[in-house]
Structures are given as C-alpha cells and as structure tokens.
Design a protein around this ligand. Structure first.
Ligand SMILES: C[S@@+](CC[C@H](N)C(=O)[O-])C[C@H]1O[C@@H](n2cnc3c(N)ncnc32)[C@H](O)[C@@H]1O
Length: 274
C-alpha cells in the first residue's frame, strides 16, 4: 500500500487540498504513462473543480498539446478556474457530464481524464457513454475516483440521523455509491463493458494518507464542507458529530503507533481506449 505524505515525507497533510493534490500526483506518476499522449492532443478533464488538478495534469501530457479543456457542473468553480488557469490553450467550460452532450463536443477529444469526480455523478452508465462519445477514434482515457473511505462510512451513518439527513442526504447516495460494494471493480467493469470501450483496465488501489492529527483532518473537512452547512454553530455541531463517529468506530487509527493519524482510502483507476 502506498503511504502518502506531503513532499519529502516528513511533513503531513493539513487540508483536503493537499490530499487531492497528493492523490492526483501519485495517480498520474503511476498511471499517466498508459495514455498515448501525443503532439496536437485535444484533452478534456472532467469534474475539473477549481482547475488546480487540470493544471497539474499539464506536467504529464505532451508539451505540444492543442487544447486542454476542464469541465465542471458548477458555474462558480468554472469561473474560479478560468480566472486562475485560462490561457491560449487552456479553458474551462460548464458541462454536466451526466446530461446529454452538446453535438460539437462529440468525437472532439483524443484524451479524457478525470480525478475525484466520477463518484459525484448519479448516472454512471450515461456518464461513461458520454465519455466514450467525447473521444475521437484514436482516443483513450484515464479516470480515477475514490470508491471507499472512512469519511464516506461516517457520512452514510450521519445521513441516517434525523437531524443531519436534510443536509447530507442530498448527494450522499452517489458520492458514496461504491462504499458498501463487495466488488467495486466488477461493478465498474460491467458498466464499461456495456459501453463498448476496447482496452480496459480497472483496478482498485488502497492508499494511506497521514495527517498530523484528528484535529487537522477535521479542520480540512470543515473547510471543504461538502454539504454546505451554514458556517457557525450548526457546522460546529456537525463537525463534533463527525468527530464522535470517527472516534467511536476507530476509523482514523494512529499511524505506526505515533500521534499521526492514518486515513485509508480505496481509489478506482480506469484506463480505457476507443
Ligand atoms: C471532489 S471535486 C474534484 C475536483 C478536481 N478534479 C480535483 O480532483 O481536485 C468533484 C468535482 O466534480 C464536479 N461534478 C459533480 N458532478 C458533476 C457532473 N455531473 N458533471 C461535471 N462535473 C461534476 C463537482 O462540481 C466538483 O468540482
């Protein structure tokens, strides 16, 4: 199992930004070489968020790519990404990858990438079909998402309580859709086979992320606030609930008998070609 610390292995993660960044870097270092990156590539990154990881992707693709498009369903994040990272070959566009694709995007891209986003999308079958349709005939595609984590286990439990259900329930079903799966690889593979991709590899990798302390972990979660609970007493109460649950179930155990804590996640890595 890979154990990830911030650069240099002696500093540990302080917020989820680093978590996403480190996970994506580790993923690209391991798997980006599978993709047939070429000069003149048109690349689309799905669920690009604030654009930070689309920008990281640039160090793994051909320097002579033609265009790099990040897409996301959040207009707010698209604006942020364009402000930060737009240039003459890179831009960010609003697109819900689970909806019908605009005709002009079909067959336009040689490469499709995505990090930490596919599990946020309710219609997995349609999403994979759309990814297939985005690809040109020589296209290939590298996708990664988190299938299981201690956090997802906690969110599923908290979503069952009357108090927090209205907040957490909205997107809990799909963010955590593989958490209780006995065999997420087979589930994903079945969906992919139904779409008709040629080369297929689907792997589940377990990784360990080391945080300084439970307090740091919770602080990063509070900053992330995926359920948009209003800042203030209610968010504090939610964080206490989360903390109690994580402690009760020992979901974030000590790392190697130190004060550091060990956050273990399973990520799904998919490489497919058309
Ligand atoms: C956890 S963030 C990941 C962002 C970025 N890729 C990263 O790794 O830092 C998930 C992103 O997927 C986006 N997303 C959720 N559903 C989507 C959909 N149906 N179509 C496109 N993007 C979607 C969210 O808006 C969010 O920006």
């Amino acid at each position: 199992m890979d154990v990830l610390f911030e650069e240099g292995a002696d500093v540990v993660y302080e917020d989820t930004k680093y978590f996403y960044l480190a996970n994506a870097r580790n993923h690209y270092q391991k798997h980006a070489s599978k993709v047939r990156w070429s000069d003149g590539d048109r690349i689309i990154d799905i669920g690009s968020g604030d654009g930070g990881l689309t920008n990281v992707l640039k160090s793994f693709i051909s320097a002579n790519y033609k265009e790099l498009i990040g897409c996301d369903a959040s207009e707010e994040l698209i604006d942020i990404a364009n402000d930060k990272y737009c240039d003459n070959r890179t831009k960010f566009v609003l697109l819900n990858i689970g909806d019908e694709l605009p005709e002009k995007m079909k067959g336009r891209f040689n490469r499709v990438t995505s990090c930490h986003a596919l599990n946020w999308i309710i219609n997995q079958r349609q999403t994979l079909q759309n990814i297939y349709d985005l690809l040109a005939e020589d296209g290939d595609c590298l996708l990664m998402f988190i299938a299981k984590s201690a956090l997802y286990e906690a969110y599923i439990a908290i979503a069952k309580t009357q108090k927090w259900q209205p907040w957490v329930k909205a997107n809990i079903q799909y963010v955590t859709q593989y958490q209780n799966s006995q065999d997420p690889v087979s589930e994903v593979r079945k969906l992919i086979d139904g779409v008709g991709f040629k080369t297929v590899s689907v792997d589940c990798e377990e990784l360990s992320y080391v945080f300084k302390s439970l307090e740091y972990f919770l602080r990063s979660e509070e900053a992330d606030n995926p359920y948009k609970i209003p800042d203030g007493p209610l968010l504090k109460e939610f964080m206490r609930e989360l903390e109690n649950f994580l402690i009760r179930r020992n979901l974030l155990p000590a790392f190697n008998n130190t004060d550091l804590i060990n956050y273990v996640v399973s990520r799904i890595v998919i490489y497919v070609s058309k």
